[in-house]
Write a protein that binds this ligand. Structure first.
Ligand code: SF4
Length: 181
């Protein structure tokens, strides 16, 4: 099962970045990629690039590029970095993220809530704003197909199974609603 996460509304993201002139977008190539492929009908992963897990994640990088354009139109200069995985950070990644964050006003996390918390923890005390771009809304089991070109995988919507977190409870012990899409 993967973590099903969805984009926050653009207006909400922009509100969280008031006053920011330079941002770093950190991208997770894991479940965030399948989630966006499902939500937005994007190609999921490239089958032919052979450039490593971080680089074959098509859907999440398309969304990152959309966000980068969106920020650019709002006057925010944007650097990017892909981290596999923000929920399981290794020491070398942590050092690189801290270094990249030195140069920006805000670090924006394109990952589930767990990934956001992982990044927030390592940047605590750095004095940089840390903003989520997505939020976890459940877990998924997806069947992955191959498109007609043979170049990309995609999430089969008709076979998708999503268990949404309960919205009736919150805090420790809150569980699944139990309904599957
Ligand atoms: S950070 Fe979240 S979205 Fe990325 S691999 Fe980990 S659980 Fe999945």
């Amino acid at each position: 099962m993967g973590v099903y996460c969805q984009m926050l509304a653009d207006e909400k993201i922009m509100k969280s970045l008031e006053g920011v002139k330079k941002a770093l977008v950190l991208t997770c190539p894991g479940c965030a990629c399948e989630s966006l492929s499902y939500d937005k009908g994007l190609p999921n992963r490239s089958l032919n690039d052979g450039k490593g897990f971080e680089n074959i994640a098509v859907a999440v990088h398309k969304e990152r590029d959309r966000i980068k354009d969106f920020f650019s139109r709002a006057g925010i200069k944007t650097n990017t970095m892909t981290v596999a995985f923000p929920c399981e950070l290794v020491e070398t990644d942590c050092r690189q993220i801290v270094k990249m964050a030195e140069d920006v006003d805000a670090v924006c996390v394109l990952a589930c809530t767990g990934g956001f918390l992982g990044i927030r923890d390592i940047l605590a005390g750095c004095g940089v704003k840390i903003a989520p771009l997505m939020r976890s809304v459940g877990t998924f089991v997806f069947h992955i197909g191959i498109d007609d070109s043979g170049n990309y995988t995609f999430v089969e919507r008709e076979n998708a199974r999503i268990l949404r977190f309960s919205t009736r409870e919150s805090g420790r012990g809150a569980g699944f609603q139990g309904n599957a899409d």
